[in-house]
Ligand binder design. Structure first.
Ligand SMILES: *Cc1c(COP(=O)(O)O)cnc(C)c1O
Length: 526
């Protein structure tokens, strides 16, 4: 089922007062909570009555108040979950251009392999002799992550990109402390992903911003003026969140190292350079790789993820436990090691990391091969440049000069005087059947619209997407003298059961708990 609409969608006005059943749109149903849906006396299973006297065996444990679980029949249950599954846009439904998030197709082969009993049904506390294949796979994955990045070590435990950032900074801190050189500041460019300054602050560092040049790169003069003996690290995203390669990355590394600091690279955008550039050759000391982005795992809605961190020779001794060792085909995860390599900062997580993502990422690597991985980067960049080229006569690119990497970034200069905002434009995309692009990020670009088409979209799908955006952009530009056109943007989305929600309120005061109606509920048996 697609929400794709032809022409301008119209539908009756709905408000928060509208009865829920009237909020269904086309085949997209409004769905109440399962507690509101379920009757207390209904059930999907038919259990025999308890044997006479059985309750006596329970003594004090006999329930005297209702359990409060909603009863639903089997078809009601199925429909509830299928309808819920349609509440979110999905990469399996249409292109999902959410910049920085790399919402690309996740090959089903990976899913099949991750569910093999030898990977899917094992437990971290099982004897290691019984999970040799799983540990061997982690070792092979580590090998390819090191090979692709040109780095000598990798820590597999981090469970997401942000967790990888924490792992990298903890290793950096351990390295400074081992030299008796505790440092206080971490430098982060203004265009950084929000997780970078958040992680540095969480790790106890003072965060300081590095300015950006007018062409969207790190301002070297500003970096140089801020580097000093108390700077522990710089955190630079490359390619950066403006979708641009940091041309001066080698000079950034040189200046950083000259000041005795480490170069942390946010590698979440690795799909733009995999197989083309090795971060180790650029002077990077630590970099997380979002396996769930670059090497594919379904990751909408906050998980699951895996953010292994590759480390330079200087930081490798400080990698967290456990480590994988292999001797004569026997694989082991060890907790302690001797010699200069024994300076681990500790443990980052209870076990070894996200096994399911390891399998998916390794399957993705093997099925692509080195040529295929290089083509991933080439296609990611080609697709973004195609989108930029198709839209730049109507919409204003934030950095018009030269090609972009894997993301096309527009600002809202082209909307000036129309009354339409970036938010209105993004909401109108929902009515066209597409998920909005990333909005208002990076913060350094006014009204930013960050489009990442990803490498898995065909030219036909990119054309369909660009045609929809061109239609919308033309309408937005006409809104200057056409109140009806303006109204349409202000009202968008019209083809969703719920329209504009108060996102700030939802984030600040989420209502996560359902409160039962005040009247006492009868026991199901009554
Ligand atoms: C996604 C992303 C992150 C954070 O990764 P999570 O896995 O969501 O924690 C960090 N930096 C950039 C540039 C990203 O795109």
């Amino acid at each position: 089922m697609s929400m794709q609409t032809v022409g301008r969608p119209t539908r009756p006005e709905t408000t928060s007062q509208t009865a829920p059943e009237d909020r269904a749109v086309g085949l997209l149903q409004y769905e109440p909570l399962i507690f509101e849906l379920g009757g207390w006396s209904k059930t999907g299973v038919d259990l025999p009555d308890a044997a006479p006297g059985a309750a006596d065996d329970l003594g004090d444990l006999v329930r005297t108040t209702p359990i409060g679980l909603p009863g639903l029949s089997e078809p009601e249950t199925l429909r509830h979950y299928v309808r819920l599954s349609q509440k979110n846009h999905a990469i399996d439904l249409a292109l999902y251009p959410l910049g920085s998030c790399t919402m690309k197709h996740n090959p089903r082969l990976n899913e099949k392999l991750a569910r093999l009993p030898g990977f899917g049904d094992i437990h971290p506390l099982q004897p290691q002799s019984s999970v040799q294949g799983a540990i061997a796979l982690m070792d092979r994955l580590a090998h390819w992550l090191k090979t692709l990045t040109g780095m000598p070590a990798v820590a597999l435990p981090p469970k997401a990109g942000a967790h990888g950032e924490l792992c990298g900074l903890l290793a950096i801190r351990a390295a400074h402390e081992a030299r008796g050189d505790a440092r206080k500041r971490v430098l982060v460019p203004t265009s950084a992903h929000g997780t970078n300054p958040a992680t540095a602050a969480f790790a106890g560092y003072v965060v300081e911003e590095i300015a950006q040049t007018t062409d969207g790169r790190v301002d070297l003069a500003d970096l140089e003026s801020k580097l000093g003996p108390d700077v522990a690290a710089i955190m630079v995203t490359n390619p950066n969140t403006c979708g641009l390669f940091e041309r001066d990355v080698i000079e950034i590394a040189r200046l950083t190292h000259a000041a005795g600091a480490y170069f942390y690279c946010d590698g979440a955008n690795f799909n733009a350079i995999v197989g083309k550039v090795r971060p180790g050759d650029l002077g990077v000391d630590a970099m997380h790789i979002n396996l769930h982005k670059t090497f594919s795992t379904p990751h909408g809605g906050g998980g699951p993820g895996a953010g292994p961190v590759v480390l330079s020779a200087a930081l490798a001794p400080f990698a967290p436990q456990p480590w994988i060792v292999s001797e004569g085909g026997d694989y082991r995860l060890i907790e302690a090691r001797e010699g200069p390599a024994a300076q681990a900062f500790g443990r980052l997580s209870a076990f070894h990391g996200q096994m399911g993502m390891f399998v998916r990422a390794y399957a993705y690597m093997l099925s692509h091969g080195s040529d295929g991985l290089r083509q991933v980067a080439e296609d990611a960049v080609l697709n973004a440049n195609y989108v930029k080229a198709r839209l730049q006569d109507l919409m204003s690119p934030a950095f018009p000069d030269g090609p972009c990497m894997h993301e096309a970034l527009f600002d809202d200069a082209w909307l000036e005087g129309t009354g339409v905002t970036t938010l209105d434009f993004a909401k109108a995309m929902i009515d066209e059947g597409f998920h909005p692009m990333t909005m208002y990020f990076p913060l350094v670009v006014h009204g930013a619209m960050l489009i990442e088409p990803t490498e898995t979209e065909s030219k036909a799908e990119l054309d369909r997407f660009c045609a929809a955006l061109r239609r919308l952009a033309t309408d937005a530009l006409s809104a200057k003298d056409d109140t009806e056109a303006l109204e349409r943007f202000k009202a968008a989305p019209v083809s969703a059961p719920l329209r504009r929600l108060d996102e700030t309120l939802a984030a600040r005061k989420p209502r996560l708990k359902w409160t039962p109606p005040a009247a006492p509920l009868p026991l199901a048996a009554e």
